[in-house]
Write a protein that binds this ligand. Structure first.
Ligand code: ADP
Ligand code: MG
Length: 296
């Protein structure tokens, strides 16, 4: 063990002993809550939801970190019209500190570009994992909410991001293929031990369609995946302002704050903000990172 690792371990131990004290009370200051936003099929609105949820959370006074787990395609940076230079890979290689990689894109909203599809957080060496973990400990108290924008489908990173997050939000639209693919990703995550899923229905005409989509998906999940819980989270209507805002490279909460989609997202953020934590440990960024990298 090298000097860095030893001091890192001491830090963890000191922290653990503090934690046992704070854990006794009902109030927990366990760092940010981590929500992953995922889907079976691409193009269902994940990235736009993450970007706009981040704004909605920040309006509730929350400090938000967006963990961009879907690099390389039209993504968070595009929605916000920014271009971060560095990714977590620069932290892993030691070229940058985490705080240099995290970019504040709006007051109270920061973004961290994660890794591209062919790089896996689980395949890092032990010392790389320790470096990354101790870097993440330095930012633990800087955020209240972490939103993870995943790629669509079932690559290793997507599975790990979803398993590591406190809550996994599955975005689904009214298209039959989207419902089938949402069931597909739920099934894969269930196969890895995940049991609870929040279902967010996007691009529907209204509550009736949203409920119908949710019902179809939850029926399948609860029937074939024993013990799986699919919780209806809400819906965002199909709204032409979303596309307009994408073209304008500004989130719709900024560009069209009175639009139906903006109101719906604001409500969803309020709902998430007051939803109970699953356990004391679950929402914590450190545990998120540990699980992400499968550190034992
Ligand atoms: N609520 C909505 N109403 C209308 N169009 C939407 C809505 N949500 C997303 N879209 C459209 O879907 C496109 C894909 O969204 P995006 O967030 O990039 O999906 P994903 O990240 O899941 O691939 C957007 O460019 C936008 O045109
Ligand atoms: Mg996306």
């Amino acid at each position: 063990m090298n000097v860095d690792q030893a001091s890192h371990l001491r830090k963890i131990m000191a922290k653990e002993s503090r934690m046992t004290v704070t854990k006794k009370g009902p109030v927990h200051d366990d760092g940010p809550r981590v929500f992953s936003i995922t889907s079976g099929k691409g193009g269902v609105g994940k990235t736009n939801l993450v970007a706009n949820l981040s704004l909605a959370f920040s309006r509730l006074g929350k400090r938000v970190l967006i963990f961009d787990g879907d690099l390389g395609l039209a993504n968070i940076d595009i929605v916000f019209g920014v271009r971060p230079q560095f990714t977590i890979a620069h932290v892993i290689s030691g070229e940058k500190e985490l705080t240099e990689v995290i970019t504040e894109i709006r007051p109270g909203i920061s973004i961290i570009p994660a890794l591209s599809g062919d790089e896996s957080m689980s395949e890092l060496s032990e010392s790389q994992k320790l470096t990354l973990l101790s870097e993440f400990e330095t930012i633990e108290n800087l955020f209240d909410v972490v939103l993870v924008d995943t790629a669509a489908g079932i690559s290793t990173n997507v599975i790990y991001f979803n398993l590591a997050a406190e809550e996994c939000i599955v975005v689904v639209t009214g298209e039959p293929t989207s419902i089938t693919d949402a069931y597909g990703i739920i099934k894969v995550l269930y196969g890895h031990g995940a049991k609870r899923f929040k279902i967010l229905v996007n691009m529907v005409s209204g509550l009736d369609e949203a409920k119908a989509v949710y019902y179809t998906l939850s029926q399948a999940a609860e029937r074939f995946l024993k013990g799986a819980i699919t919780e209806y989270m809400g819906f965002v209507p199909a709204d032409a302002k979303v596309r307009e805002s994408v073209i304008a490279r500004a989130p719709f909460l900024e560009k069209f704050p009175e639009s139906q989609a903006a109101r719906a997202v604001a409500q969803l953020a309020e709902k998430l903000a007051v939803s109970p934590r699953r356990t004391d440990l679950d929402g914590n960024i450190k545990f998120f990172m540990q699980r992400l990298m499968r550190v034992r």
